[in-house]
Design a protein around this ligand. Structure first.
Ligand SMILES: *[C@@H]1O[C@H](CO)[C@@H](O)[C@H](O)[C@H]1NC(C)=O
Ligand SMILES: *[C@@H]1O[C@H](CO)[C@@H](O)[C@H](O)[C@H]1NC(C)=O
Ligand SMILES: *[C@@H]1O[C@H](CO)[C@@H](O)[C@H](O)[C@H]1NC(C)=O
Ligand SMILES: *[C@@H]1O[C@H](CO)[C@@H](O)[C@H](O)[C@H]1NC(C)=O
Ligand SMILES: *[C@@H]1O[C@H](CO)[C@@H](O)[C@H](O)[C@H]1NC(C)=O
Length: 449
């Protein structure tokens, strides 16, 4: 804390101007009582607190030493939390040094155990006392909040007999709110949880379930140490290699042997916890050792979903894997109102039951030529055709609803992506409506939004 001493000696000579400025500064109007929690900290009723311990010098020395008073006669030392010794001042919180000849005199003017926090017309005052030879000395230190200063001590000195005044200007004299701990989020499904205040975190928009059953949303993400790959699907289980119906799979290349797939837990082990103040989804699996995978859910409104893998850490015999999901779906949200389902009424219409219905038949070509024909895909290698209600035929696609053509020109492959009788309307979690067709040759669904 030697920087403090040095600064005070310089600041002393600037004090008159500082005082003028102080008079103009708005006073701390927090008149609530600050309840003592230690000799150098107190807490207000609203939970905010003042803690001077960063200004404390440990090891029996004061952090503010031999500072001249306003009359330039006496010197004073003070340490906010722990006691110090300075010649005849022993176990002191504050010491007065009177430079007499032939020897200086030292008076303890306060001890740590007498510290009290008082409010004086809006000023928080830290008061100490000490008695010696039946003289009771009292020290009052105004604690003035100044966010720009680490700590400056102005010593007014002995104002009336045995009563001393100082002023500390410091950012540590500003009432500070403790960071509110993240409330716990109660699991409502494998991939969603609900806070006390009604807000929810729901990762289901990231899940692949239904669209491509059994495939992980995040596949083969390499960790920062380039040791393993990780795959994860937030809600539904998936399979990869020998990982069967898992939530997380670790993939390690064991040269020259084939790739090793290790399950890091299935969906029903999912738990929501808080790690370092961040909401975390964790999975566990116990084989010969307990493996715990923690996925930090970092709120990032700018990203739909990005998975980062930090890899493995041994911890007291537990293998701990750390991943991080940065996603807009990690942000707590107001729970959406109940989703209105659109009940299917024909192959190309549905009804919300509230007076609104969806009917695609005006879009239908009402012929064997699809209404939407040979629409080029973004990769410019495939063409898609769709007719909303009636069947159409194109190449090898016979009486279908959706057909894919490509990628070989001029003789493309035609693949049936679904007949009209597989049409189903689905309402997503966020209320989005999709019309889905079932590929007759696989479990794949094709969504048309
Ligand atoms: C507090 O304010 C009142 C009214 O302004 C005044 O009478 C009193 O002396 C003040 N007390 C202190 C300690 O400044
Ligand atoms: C401390 O605060 C009191 C009450 O506001 C005020 O009367 C006094 O002048 C202040 N003393 C110093 C040294 O700032
Ligand atoms: C939590 O924070 C501590 C200290 O910053 C750090 O050492 C630890 O690795 C963090 N844990 C996780 C899971 O991020
Ligand atoms: C009926 O519900 C749907 C879906 O929530 C909504 O888009 C539509 O505006 C509602 N219609 C009426 C008349 O409220
Ligand atoms: C299903 O796949 C087989 C062989 O892959 C193919 O011969 C058949 O035409 C396909 N059926 C449909 C309806 O696409």
């Amino acid at each position: 804390m030697s920087y403090c001493r040095h600064r005070h000696n310089i600041r002393i000579f600037k004090l008159p101007s500082i005082l003028v400025i102080l008079a103009l500064l708005p006073r701390n109007v927090n008149s609530a009582i600050c309840t003592k929690t230690s000799s150098c900290s107190c807490t207000y009723a609203d939970g905010s607190f003042i803690d001077l311990s960063p200004l404390d010098a440990e090891g029996g020395v004061p952090s503010f030493q031999d500072i001249l008073d306003s009359k330039r006669i006496d010197m004073f030392s003070w340490n906010p939390c722990s006691s110090f010794n300075e010649f005849a001042c022993t176990d002191a919180a504050a010491c007065q040094i009177r430079p007499l000849t032939p020897a200086f005199e030292y008076y303890t003017i306060g001890t740590q155990d007498t510290a009290t926090f008082q409010d004086m017309n809006g000023t928080l005052v830290l008061t100490y006392s000490a008695e010696r030879a039946s003289v009771l000395r009292t020290l009052k230190i105004n604690l003035t909040c100044d966010p720009k200063e680490v700590g400056i001590l102005y010593v007014e000195g002995e104002t009336t007999k045995a009563v001393y005044w100082m002023e500390l200007r410091s950012k540590y004299a500003c009432p500070t709110m403790a960071p509110t701990p993240l409330p716990s989020c109660i699991k409502t499904s494998e991939c969603s949880c609900s806070f006390d205040d009604g807000r929810v975190v729901d990762l289901s928009p990231l899940d692949t379930g239904g669209m491509a059953v059994g495939v992980p949303r995040f596949k083969d993400v390499i960790d920062k140490t380039f040791t393993s790959w990780y795959s994860w699907n937030p809600c539904n289980g998936f399979s990869e290699g020998t990982c069967d119906d898992v939530a997380v799979c670790q993939i390690s290349p064991i040269v020259p042997n084939p790739t090793n797939y290790v399950s890091l837990g299935n969906q029903n082990s999912a738990e929501f916890t808080t790690v370092n103040g961040t909401l975390t989804l964790q999975y566990a699996v116990s084989t010969d050792v307990l493996k715990v995978t923690k996925i930090l859910l970092t709120c990032d409104e700018g990203t739909e979903g990005e998975l980062l893998a930090y890899g493995l850490k041994e911890n007291n015999g537990i293998q701990e894997y750390l991943l991080e999901l940065r996603s807009m779906y990690s942000c707590p949200r107001e729970k959406p109102g109940p989703v209105q389902f659109c009940i299917q009424t024909s192959l190309c219409s549905c009804d919300y039951g509230n007076g609104t219905s969806i009917n695609l038949s005006p879009l239908d070509s009402k012929s064997s030529i699809p209404r939407f024909q040979d629409i080029l895909s973004p990769n410019k290698r495939e063409w898609f055709s769709w007719n909303p209600c009636g069947p159409f035929t194109e190449g090898d696609c016979q009486s279908v609803a959706v057909c894919k053509a490509g990628p070989i020109v001029p003789n493309p492959d035609y693949i049936n992506l679904g007949y009209q009788n597989s049409a189903s309307f689905q309402t997503a979690f966020d209320g989005g409506l999709s019309l889905n067709y079932h590929d007759p040759n696989s479990s794949r669904y094709d969504k048309i939004f």
